[in-house]
Design a protein around this ligand. Structure first.
Ligand code: DX5
Ligand code: ZN
Length: 221
């Protein structure tokens, strides 16, 4: 499976989001990660469906929308209508993950399930067929610029092995603390989408930073 680097706009300049996205799009970005936080599931607040809709009109890039919100079932329709491609919900935020994944697909989205660092990957075992993406957090969600938790590497490897057997078309994404130093271990463990916020938009030249991570991913293949 091709490895994709997904820049997270959480680290971009929110006053110039359109320009920031255009820069990475011109540099060969393939997927844009959008972090939605509600101040409840995580302590931080970020953006909602209206911003996603506004961004939809300035770029053709696929949107990877990561919902870090309570009651995600109340918001799926609006994010799908706003132009989200992948819609990823936290397994910890719902009692009815299977129903929620079905709801995402019914709205035309690709269904993702995210897990916090302390949540076992085995919690997804019985919804394998309902997943287009698994997102393993490699930091506690809520903020950009945190350090990669190395103890997640065996979890990534075990989850990758399971997905390979049960649903090989499903993507395995890792999110948090990815940079040129931590990406090789995440890729070696079996991740095929790497989210990078600070390591792309936090750099003086985001386009060059994205290309450096993409080059590193190509060498891994
Ligand atoms: C954290 C978010 C991440 C964040 C990653 O809660 O889910 O997507 O943007 O940022 P970095 O790459 O800076 O750790
Ligand atoms: Zn994220």
């Amino acid at each position: 499976m091709d490895i994709i680097i997904a820049p997270s706009i959480l680290a971009a300049d929110f006053a110039r989001l359109g320009e920031e996205i255009a820069r990475v799009e011109a540099a060969g970005c393939e997927l844009l990660h959008i972090d939605v936080m509600d101040g409840h599931f995580v302590p931080n607040l970020t953006i909602g469906p209206d911003v996603v809709k506004a961004l939809r009109s300035v770029t053709g890039l696929p949107f990877d929308v990561h919902l870090m919100v309570e009651n995600p079932e109340d918001h799926i329709k609006r994010f799908a209508a706003a132009g989200a491609d992948y819609i990823t919900v936290h397994a910890e935020a719902t009692r009815h993950l299977h129903r929620l994944l079905e709801q995402i697909r019914a709205c035309g989205g690709r269904a993702g399930a995210a897990l916090n660092p302390a949540t076992p990957w085995e919690n997804l075992r019985h919804v394998a067929a309902d997943l287009d993406l698994v997102l393993l957090m490699t930091v506690d969600p809520g903020f950009g610029g945190q350090s990669f938790i190395g103890a997640m590497l065996p979890k990534i490897a075990a989850c990758a092995k399971w997905l390979h057997a049960e649903n090989p078309a499903c993507r395995l994404e890792v999110d948090g603390g990815i940079n040129t130093a931590t990406a090789p271990a995440a890729l070696a463990a079996g991740a095929d989408i790497l989210v990078a916020g600070a390591a792309v938009f936090g750099q003086a030249d985001p386009a060059a930073a994205l290309r450096a991570l993409q080059g590193l991913a190509r060498r891994q293949l």
